[in-house]
Design a protein around this ligand. Structure first.
Ligand SMILES: Nc1nc(=O)c2c([nH]1)NC[C@@H]1CN(c3ccc(C(=O)N[C@@H](CCC(=O)O)C(=O)O)cc3)CN21
Ligand SMILES: CC(C)C(=O)C(=O)O
Ligand SMILES: [Mg+2]
Length: 273
C-alpha cells in the first residue's frame, strides 16, 4: 500500500476554490470519468476529488469509434444521472464536439444548458489559444470552464490518429497561458511528454490535470472503465489497471449461469415460503 496521509479522513465537498487551492498546497487532485448514477455514487464514496462526465462516453459507453458523434442532449442526460449520485466530488461535464466552436454566444447558450439541466459545477472544452475567446466569454458569464490541451480527441482526424503524443512545446505553453489568461479554472493535459507537462504546470497558476502527461501535473485523470480493467483492448503506456473488474464480472456471470443450469440457484434460502 502507498502511504496516504488523507486516508480515512472525512471528505469535504469539493468546491472551485478548494480545487484551485490544492495546487498551492501541493496536494494532488484526483479525477475519474463517470457516465451514470451507479458508478458516480461509487467513485464519490471512494473519495475522488472530481468526476468528469467525459465525452469518452461515445467510446466506452456507446461503442463508437470516436468522441465526435456525442450530442449535447446525450451528455446532459448522462451528466444529470451523475450529479444525482454525487455528494462531495466536483462534477465537470465535457462540451461535445461542435457545441462550442461556432461562436462564443453558442458556447454560452450550450454551457448554460449543461449547467442548468445537469446541476454540474463546470464544463470542459478542447482547446487553449484557439478557444481563448470562447473561454473568456464563458468565464465572463460566470460559467466555470476547464480547458483541454495536448492530444484533443475531438480533433483526431486533424492529428492523424487518436493516440498521437503532442510535443510542440511553444504551442502547449501558449495554449496553457492563453487558457489561464482567458479565465479557465484548470487545464487537462493529454498525451504530452512528462518534462513538457512539468514546464506547463510550472508556467501557470491554475491546476493541470494530466492523462498520459507524467507525474508532475497537479492532478491525474483516467477514464474509469480503463482504470478498473474493463476495457481489455485498450493498453496505452500511461494506463495502469487499478483493478481487474472485467474478469470478476465475467467469473460472477459464469457462476450465475452454471448455478441456474445445474439447479443450485435458487436454493431454499433464496426462495420465499
Ligand atoms: N477508453 C478510453 N480511454 C481514454 O483514455 C480515452 C478514450 N477512451 N477516448 C477518448 C480519448 C482517446 N484517448 C487515447 C487514445 C489512444 C491512445 C493511444 O493509442 N496511445 C498510445 C500511442 C501513443 C503514441 O506513441 O503516439 C500510447 O501508448 O499511449 C491514447 C489515448 C484517451 N481518451
Ligand atoms: C480523458 C478525459 C480527460 C476526457 O476528456 C474524456 O473522458 O472525455
Ligand atoms: Mg473528453
Amino acid at each position: 500500500m502507498t502511504s496516504n496521509p488523507n486516508a480515512g479522513s472525512p471528505r469535504k465537498k469539493m468546491t472551485l476554490p478548494r480545487f484551485l487551492a490544492q495546487k498551492e498546497k501541493g496536494k494532488k487532485i484526483t479525477m475519474v470519468t463517470a457516465y451514470d448514477y451507479l458508478w458516480a455514487q461509487l467513485f464519490d464514496e471512494a473519495g475522488v476529488d472530481s468526476i468528469l462526465v467525459g465525452d469518452s462516453l461515445g467510446m466506452v459507453v456507446q461503442g463508437r469509434q470516436s468522441t465526435v458523434p456525442v450530442t449535447l442532449d446525450q451528455i446532459i442526460y448522462h451528466g444529470e444521472m451523475v450529479v444525482r449520485a454525487v455528494k462531495n466530488a466536483l462534477v465537470i461535464v465535457d462540451m461535445p464536439f461542435m457545441s462550442y466552436e461556432v461562436s462564443p454566444q453558442e458556447a454560452i447558450r450550450n454551457a448554460g444548458r449543461i449547467l442548468k439541466e445537469t446541476g454540474a459545477t463546470a464544463v470542459k472544452l478542447e482547446g487553449g489559444e484557439s478557444q481563448a475567446e470562447t473561454i473568456r466569454a464563458l468565464a465572463r458569464s460566470e460559467l466555470a470552464v476547464m480547458a483541454h490541451v495536448g492530444m484533443k480527441p475531438q480533433s483526431h482526424q486533424l492529428l492523424g490518429g487518436m493516440g498521437r503524443i503532442q510535443r510542440n512545446e511553444a504551442q502547449l505553453i501558449a495554449d496553457a497561458k492563453a487558457a489561464e489568461e482567458a479565465g479557465a479554472f484548470g487545464i487537462v493535459l493529454e498525451l504530452i511528454p512528462a518534462d513538457l507537462a512539468q514546464k506547463v504546470t510550472d508556467a501557470i497558476s491554475i491546476p493541470t490535470i494530466g492523462i498520459g502527461a507524467g507525474p508532475h501535473c497537479d492532478g491525474q485523470v483516467l477514464v474509469s472503465p480503463d482504470m478498473l480493467g474493463l476495457t481489455p483492448g485498450f493498453q496505452p503506456r500511461f494506463l495502469k489497471h487499478f483493478a481487474n473488474l472485467r474478469d470478476a464480472a465475467i467469473d460472477g456471470t459464469r457462476s450465475f449461469i452454471d448455478e441456474v443450469e445445474s439447479g443450485q440457484y435458487p436454493d431454499a434460502s433464496h426462495s420465499h415460503e
